[in-house]
Design a protein around this ligand. Sequence first.
Ligand code: HXC
Length: 260
Amino acid sequence: MDYQNILFAVEDGIATITINRPKALNALNQATVSELKDVVEKVAADKAIKVVIITGAGAKSFVAGADIKEMASKNAAEGREWGQFGQNVFTEIENLPQPVIAAINGFALGGGCELSCACDIRYAAENAKFGQPEVGLGITPGFGGTQRLTRVVGRGHAKELIYTGGMIDAEKAKAIGLVNEVFPQEELMPAAVKLAKKIAKNAPIAVQLSKAAINRGINCDVVTGIAYEAEVFGLCFSTADQKEGMAAFCEKRKATFEGK
Ligand code: HXC
């Protein structure tokens, strides 16, 4: 697939997906979400990719939401279908085997905030603004916002954001746990890449199984989650990376992981 609305690059095992509609503040139209689905499926199947970064083109916006102009004339059935399409793609992002870092370089509104919440770790630029403005447009959040934002920041903050439709800045987002760190705009991507490289140095299967255990545990009771953790923990002992990691410790040298 030739991409018109996203950029995709891979360097040193780190894939960067850039939503690239800067004239529309990277709003997500059908074509963009279709391209996102295609690239995410490509990334999922590529064992050479260790970590993924998602960001937006330009200095102003990460993603300013779903494309309102494209959405405006939809009827109920079409609205539902559009919502489910985006939900499914965001779930594919959430379930990518590799960790995903959102580098939020400006507006993260509506579908943009929801996209960031489908990622594992959120880093923000100082100019980032977060919000779920949907109720001001006569709709609810529809790409997972009522569910994932609530799980990230808790019901009180999620309800305040969703019911008011208001925006919060990066510092406030950090204070409520929506972002991990805030950086000056020009330091955002270097910081995201540095984080990605730090993750990529570790045993890939162990990182991916940790992600799977955390994601599964969030959506089930703790007893079930703990049982799953025991399964993945045991599985690690069948990998060459576990042998290498522990041998390296005992031999006082750096481990070299092969993802096997
Ligand atoms: C379509 C958008 C857009 C959007 C911005 N643009 N956001 N187009 N959909 N979500 C376009 C504008 O129309 C404009 O194009 C250009 O981008 C620049 O935007 P401006 O409004 O001129 O910029 P500014 O004055 O700086 O205001 C920035 C802004 C504002 C505060 C982010 O653009 C804004 O409020 N955008 C909408 C944010 C929003 O409500 N998002 C939630 C969408 S609903 P033109 O060509 O007109 O100059 C959603 C639901 C998800 O996300 C679930 C769906 C199922």
